[in-house]
Ligand binder design. Sequence first.
Ligand code: GCV
Length: 718
Amino acid sequence: MKKICTVFVLLMILLGSHAFAEDGYRLWQRYEQVQDASKLQAYRKAAGEIIIQGNSPTLKVAQQELEMGLNGLLGQAVPTTQQPTQQNILVAGTPSTSALIKELNLSDKLKAAGDEGYLLLTTTKNGRNYTVIAANTDIGVLYGSFHLLRLLQTEQDIAKLSLTSTPKIKHRVLNHWDNLDRTVERGYSGFSLWNWHLLPDYIDQRYIDYARANASIGINGTVLTNVNANALVLTPDYLKKVAALADAFRPYGLKVYLTARFSAPIEIGGLKTADPLDPQVQAWWKQKSDEIYGYVPDFGGFLVKANSEGQPGPQNYGRNHADGANMLADAVAAHGGIVMWRAFVYDDKEPDDRAKQAYNEFKPLDGQFRDNVLVQVKNGPIDFQPREPFHPMFGAMPKTPLMMEFQITQEYLGQGTTLAYLSPMYKETLESDTYAKGKGSTVAKDIDGTLYKHTLTGIAGVANIGTDRNWTGHQFGQANWYTFGRLAWDHTLSSEEIAEEWLRMTFTNNSQFIAPVKSMMLGSHETIVNYMTPLGLHHIMGWSHHYGPGPWIKDKHRADWTSVYYHRADEKGIGFDRTKTGSNAVSQYFPPVAKQFANLKTVPEKYLLWFHHVDWDYKVNSGRTLWNELCYRYSSGVDGVRQMQQTWDKVQGQVDEERFQHVKTFLAIQEKEAKWWRDACLLYFQTFSKRPIPQDLEKPAHTLEHYMSLDPKFVPGI
Ligand code: GCV
């Protein structure tokens, strides 16, 4: 009998491993057995048994995760007990629920851990050795458990642990641009995860795995619906479904938020107006919020896009953004909710430079927002371009907590098939110095609250997650979800550290794989900037779907959605003059920055054409003329992709064939698209520069007419 059982178990393992082929579903949570023999031995020794005293839903999932993780990583079952029976113990808990943690007398150390942080340490008591995960709250225990697992996954030494980790930002939130019909605006990885049809009765395992993944990187909020909002989600039929998702996410510390359509009082409330100063409208939102909290007692609050790109808002009634935000803030305040009010506003009826409009509208409102309002600002002043200078609102609103909005989905960065590791781009913004209070007033300090002493702080990432089996379409898209969470927790981490962690957990700890692939990831963003929008060019992509190059886009119903509005190429030169002689957008920055950006000699070259209209023969840093530099940059972008292909080809055999081939195929698509960008842009800009493409560079494959005639169909995510 015993023999039959063993054969059965072996069969199940074999079948199981086949069913869980390396298709990317397991993200960075693969928990494969540790390969380094001495590390494996040390980990097995340290985790003789797991003790978690207390049984809240969050502690339960911490226990499950530790069991699943350790069983996989150690290749053997680790028993869970309630009292110590062994010499070496892994203990996790809070002093209030775990007598064992209490006995370890950690209260002094725990003071530094706050509400969500944790301690990891190694200690001894009564002759036993403890590896300790301690926190003040259950969610801290869960976060600490994931940290410990990460140390094992990345094969770190855990013999003498002594660390405290706390998040630097309070609200770390994903923004899903998911529609109720399950399409995803700017989504390139299938459809929306939220199966509204089967909710609330069917809880897909995906929801749990999504929550696990988020908790593992400290993400603590998710906005389920598109900012181009549909009021229906606020009706009881949908609120039941929202409640079911909130229930599934709650153990993982993931709060649910919804987007509020400003005209909802009219559309679903039967009112004649949505004027935020109208008492009936205010009462409607108050009652609606109470109703939502009836379904979801820990509902996070609202995210709002108002008076932008056709969305309704307070300005429809002659009111301002503070009036709108405050009305909603008052409606959720009693329940502890917040409002994230977006500053992504611009209007083509407004003659001023689009890059200036958000600052112009919001800066005068500083100090007028309620205490539970965050103003959510995109990283740059236009719209998630491959590269933008930091948004001038950062540092400029001392009395208002500003929340960062990054885009994780790659709307302008090659969409689903491009390998772009975005940490360097996020860090570039976070580390930019606003000079708001002198040198060192970085954007990061504004959003983590240390610059102006705000306690309400937040960061949002527009999600790249969908129903694709590997979640993000591109296997490397997972790295951007991961890096967003890790930076939201601690923006001082380096892009390199994060890439290395992710690679080790997602693929292998083999250094022959890590070193070249990490360097490929670190260079990938710059490579894309080079073949799409070098030297500060921006917004020159295809019309509407934003796929591929379209520098020739002009004469559309909105000038500020065309490309010529931004690149301003003419016979003399190219670029948007945002100095005093042009739109003077530079004046929105603090004087040292404004001065640097305004001067052709001191502006960082990466922003040259963002701020200046520059002569074709202007000599850039390399000594080349601007035209020749553009040609070299575009070409080096294509070369960069080819190098990425070579790097990837060399690691064949070091990772599973399934994901290897997937990435390889996507890199081939990327190379094709890089050439398309280079050739289309150079041929088009050449019609103005009237200068030859340098002899030593690869010639365009087709004519400009050919590229202009391309009309890609069925581009996802529109
Ligand atoms: C959700 C860009 C995108 C839109 C998006 C908008 C926004 O304009 O193209 O799809 O709408 O940004 O951030 O609101």
